[in-house]
Ligand binder design. Structure first.
Ligand code: SER
Length: 318
């Protein structure tokens, strides 16, 4: 039985990944970690350790203590926050990756998952059905760290035999834990505001099309990729991954089917400039061919799930 450590487990993806992996591998085999105890639901749900992803000793102590052999490195500073703190974003996103890759190079860690992002692409990349191998000139610090990280993952695999696996996530839409500091965050906020206020002021223009994915699909993709036989995982930088491509207007139309008096207004801010450099849609045929990726949620099905779960969640708080 493998022993799994999730670094950055309190975040949007990390928290749901923790719950899923515990279901699959047993509570005692999945250790959640983050830098604070703030996410109490997560902290109280099983084994939790304070680990600072930037501090090699902190990661190492936890790995030794729990005899960890698999790491999911989910800690990162996302695109919008990264533009405010460029050096901090670089340090966090790169140092954490090196600490984990080096533990794998030493043979202590046998398997690594590290998320990349559509932010690796930039203004010179073809925007529609962006291919797996394409021009990559990212314009955000976050995108630069993810692209550099991809190259290092591939390098560690080729030169040191490290079993690292990665996905270029689009915007992830979920209801359990809020995203933190991304350009695609509107697509989560809009559902919360629909339930709380029946109105939302969007920080992107109505026709800004971006690739997105419902959390359940993102979690399944990680589980499937990590379960795949090593020889089927042919790409060791990071796989393109697609589900739905949507604009704020389309999301608001989908919400209106359930909440007819929902209102949206638009007040684009600095995040519009970031969104304008990213793809509208992604060609993920290599992920489909190599290890059988297939999404289950479209916009309508996801909207139903989001609204149902968020209205139950807020009803409980009242
Ligand atoms: N959701 C991320 C962001 O907006 C993209 O990977 O930064």
């Amino acid at each position: 039985m493998s022993k799994i450590l999730i670094i950055g487990a309190a975040g949007q993806i990390g928290s749901e990944l923790t719950y899923k992996l515990r279901e699959l591998h047993g509570d005692d085999n999945v250790i959640a970690s983050d830098i604070t105890y703030e996410n109490t639901a997560l902290v109280n749900s099983g084994i939790f350790e304070i680990v600072d992803a930037q501090d090699q000793a902190s990661v190492r102590i936890c790995v030794d203590k729990h005899k960890i052999d698999t790491i999911y490195l989910m800690a990162a500073m996302l695109s919008a926050t990264g533009e405010k703190y460029p050096m901090k974003a670089w340090d966090l996103n790169m140092n954490s990756l090196f600490h984990v890759l080096n533990l794998a190079k030493e043979g202590i860690i046998k398997k690594v998952f590290w998320p990349s992002s559509i932010a690796v692409f930039g203004p010179t990349t073809p925007k529609v059905d962006t291919p797996q191998h394409s021009i990559m000139e990212p314009s955000t610090v976050y995108g630069i760290t993810k692209q550099a990280g991809e190259r290092w993952c591939d390098y560690y695999h080729k030169n040191y035999g490290v079993d690292v696996r990665s996905l270029r996530f689009p915007g992830i839409i979920s209801w359990k834990t809020m995203p933190g500091g991304g350009t695609t965050d509107y697509a989560v906020e809009i559902y919360h505001q629909a339930i709380l206020d029946k109105s939302y002021e969007c920080f992107l223009k109505e026709d800004t099309e971006l690739p997105m994915m419902f959390m359940d699909d993102a979690i399944n993709a990680m589980v499937e990729l990590m379960d795949a036989a090593s020889e089927t995982v042919k790409i060791r930088s990071s796989y393109n991954l697609a589900a739905i491509s949507i604009t704020p207007k389309e999301v608001s139309e989908a919400i209106k089917k359930h909440i007819p008096d929902f209102r949206i207004s638009y007040s684009p801010d600095f995040r519009q400039k970031i969104a304008d450099t990213w793809p509208k849609s992604i060609d993920d045929s290599e992920a489909r061919t190599d290890w059988g990726w297939n999404q289950k949620f479209d916009l309508d099905k996801m909207t139903e799930e989001m609204l149902k779960n968020l209205s139950e969640k807020y009803a409980k708080v009242k």
